[in-house]
Design a protein around this ligand. Sequence first.
Ligand code: GAR
Length: 215
Amino acid sequence: MAEKRAVETRMSKKRVAILISGRGSNMAALVEAAKAKDYPAEIVLVLSNRADAAGLDHARKAGIATAIVDHRLFGEDRAAFDRALDAQLQAHQIDIVCLAGFMRLLTPAFVERWTGRMLNIHPALLPHFKGLDTHRRALEAGVKQHGATVHFVVPEMDSGPIVAQGAVPVREGDTEDSLAQRVLEVEHRLYPHALRLVAEGRTTFAAASGKEPSR
Ligand code: GAR
């Protein structure tokens, strides 16, 4: 019986691509979580827009297929870059895309194609501190709570329906680095949890936003 359940979980695991631009520590956390037999998703592709992204090595060592789509080859043509991304995702029969420190803006056409199937992690408690330098701005604003958010991606940056959030206290004497470190620890627990919710269908775009996904 237990074996039958394990086989069913394996067969129905969602195929996930993680898109990175750099270090890839959130990617590593997702890869680690997905090793569990009962995890509802498998990481089948790690894709980067930069050949020198450190996370690619980690993925290769973990035996995961990697791909590089270098944005510089496409110049100003963001649509062509996104079509190249999409071709990779189609080739690997991806069900869910996880942006994890992927520092490229995606075109509305690409985002709409993946609506309800693409997640992003942002290092702040959205809707506060959208964009870059979130930890510096949180310190400047004097907030007492900061954190991270996993959300469905919509064309407007850092604005989609929220899947999960994790908060941390801002402490007296915190620096950007100390705060970033505390938030990152939360991110590494939060993203695997959020992907589980989405892969199991326990959270959907429609449920999180009140709108139907435009597939
Ligand atoms: C993470 O803190 C992630 O939340 C942030 O970049 C870092 C990537 O680290 N993402 C953004 O700022 C997106 N706007 P990682 O490469 O070690 O996962």
